[in-house]
Design a protein around this ligand. Structure first.
Ligand code: NAD
Length: 427
């Protein structure tokens, strides 16, 4: 928990609201409100200096009524069980909303990989798998990368799993490197998926992406590809922001005539931290991190962390903003929603907007099962079609019932899972 914010309480508050809208019966509410299973464990790692450090790991499976639990593993020094619970819950709704046959899970390790050698990180990955081996797998729970984890971490985890299982199980984990069971397009999938939703929203608003202005928060995997797509489509992003681990503070990098994605990526490390001196030398203005939300743009794209748009910060959003595209998980707290609604800001809720990643992870599993891999064009075409369909289903319901976009998305997602529970006779 940070600053009194509790992501799981937020996920439950969002669920309670939609349970009321759907008039869900009490047993069903209890079933869907809580994770079905949780694992908390320790992972001892022999560090490079010879000492042993014990890390805390989690895997939380929220729901598997529609298919195996699915969700990433985060490495973060401030990771909490409640954050992982919330993220597992959101995965259930996300997979349901885009209608792929998967449930929701999430994992985490309290650690800071930026301060660990590659060997120490490898031991941590292998240790995590050894502790959870019997309770995850291609037909029960399928992990993936998330904040501060990458394809190399996934491959170490797969390798450990396959050693223990004594066979090849590429469906155990997604986000693997290309050529080692990974899917082309996975790196781009989440950021592009965000922008497929933005494109469709603009069409519905009778506008187009070309000529629109945007401000991004974060400059990691999601933001980088969303920014690239947006710029290529003729949009102008005026700022991106990131966490500076050296100064322990976030900065916003601004250039009024449009940031250059390729240049910024070239001066950004693998954790999404921009080299401040190089940015300044190239003429970028450096502002405090929280300035991203005040930019006089038409689109805001939060792609960093949860709890960024809350009762306090929502009032800083400029009058020019027409669209909020939630690339991050849980960037907006429930108490900010009424303000967004009253302002008429078109909201693309996180569990739709960033569902491109899990959709492509699903494609990775499909390809692994066939042992036949599609080219990138095919992956992105299928991704576009799933994201576009899910967006319009949500927007149609919001129009038909006169409800807020986030409520419409929740109504579709929760009702599908409730339907599966009824069919299975679980509630
Ligand atoms: P990442 O680790 O690659 O990048 C995170 C970025 O956020 C970095 O640039 C970091 O510097 C920045 N950041 C951290 N704290 C900040 C702060 N206080 N202010 C400004 N910037 C800050 O992570 P990512 O994979 O891009 O994920 C970003 C968000 O999207 C997370 O909420 C994640 O759960 C969500 N998400 C990611 C994927 C995916 O496929 N990568 C899929 C769905 C959702």
């Amino acid at each position: 928990m940070k600053d009194g914010f509790n992501a799981f309480e937020m996920a439950q508050a969002q669920f309670d609201r939609v349970a009321d809208l759907l008039s869900l019966e009490s047993g069903m509410r209890e079933l869907l409100r809580w994770p079905m299973r949780e694992f908390h464990f320790t992972i001892p790692v022999r560090m490079d200096d010879g000492s042993v450090r014990v890390f805390r790991g989690f895997r939380i499976q929220h729901n598997d009524l529609r298919g195996p639990a699915k969700g990433g593993i985060r490495f973060h020094p401030q990771e909490t069980a409640d954050t992982v619970r919330a993220l597992a819950t959101w995965m259930t709704w996300k997979c349901s909303l885009v209608d792929i046959p998967l449930g929701g899970g999430k994992g985490g390790i309290i650690c800071d990989p930026r301060r660990m050698s590659p060997r120490e990180q490898e031991q941590l990955c292998r240790g995590w798998v050894r502790q959870i081996f019997k309770n995850v797998g291609p037909v029960s729970d399928v992990p993936a990368p998330d904040v501060m984890t990458n394809a190399q971490h996934m491959l170490w985890m797969l390798d450990e799993y396959e050693i223990l299982a004594g066979g090849h199980y590429p469906g155990f984990i997604t986000g693997k490197p290309i050529g080692m069971g990974g899917s082309l397009g996975r790196t781009e999938a989440t950021g592009y998926g965000v922008m497929f939703c933005v494109r469709e929203a603009m069409r519905r608003l009778g506008r187009e992406v070309r000529g629109m202005t945007a401000a991004f928060q974060g400059f990691g995997n999601v933001a980088q590809y969303a920014l690239r797509w947006f710029t290529a489509a003729g949009g102008r992003a005026v700022s991106v922001s990131c966490w500076d681990a050296h100064d322990n503070i976030a900065y916003t990098y601004r250039r009024g005539d449009g940031v250059d994605p390729d240049f910024l990526v070239s001066i950004t490390d693998s954790y999404g931290a921009i080299d401040r001196q190089k940015a300044v030398a190239a003429g970028y203005e450096v502002l405090p991190g929280e300035e991203w939300i005040k930019q006089p743009v038409e689109i805001l794209v939060p792609c960093a962390l949860e709890n960024q748009i809350n009762a306090d910060t929502v009032r800083q959003i400029a009058p020019s903003v027409v669209l909020l595209a939630e690339g991050a998980n849980g960037p907006t707290t429930p108490d900010a929603d009424p303000v967004l609604k009253q302002r008429g800001i078109y909201v693309l809720p996180d569990f739709l907007c960033n569902a491109g990643g899990v959709t492509c992870s699903y494609f990775e599993q499909v390809q692994a099962a066939m042992n036949f891999y599609w080219d990138k064009e095919e992956v992105l075409k299928r991704l576009d079609s799933i994201m576009t369909r899910a967006f319009h289903a949500m927007a149609d319901l919001a129009d038909a019932r006169g409800v807020f976009m986030r409520d419409a998305a929740y109504m579709i997602a929760v009702e599908r899972v409730a339907h599966a529970a009824r069919l299975r006779g679980r509630a």
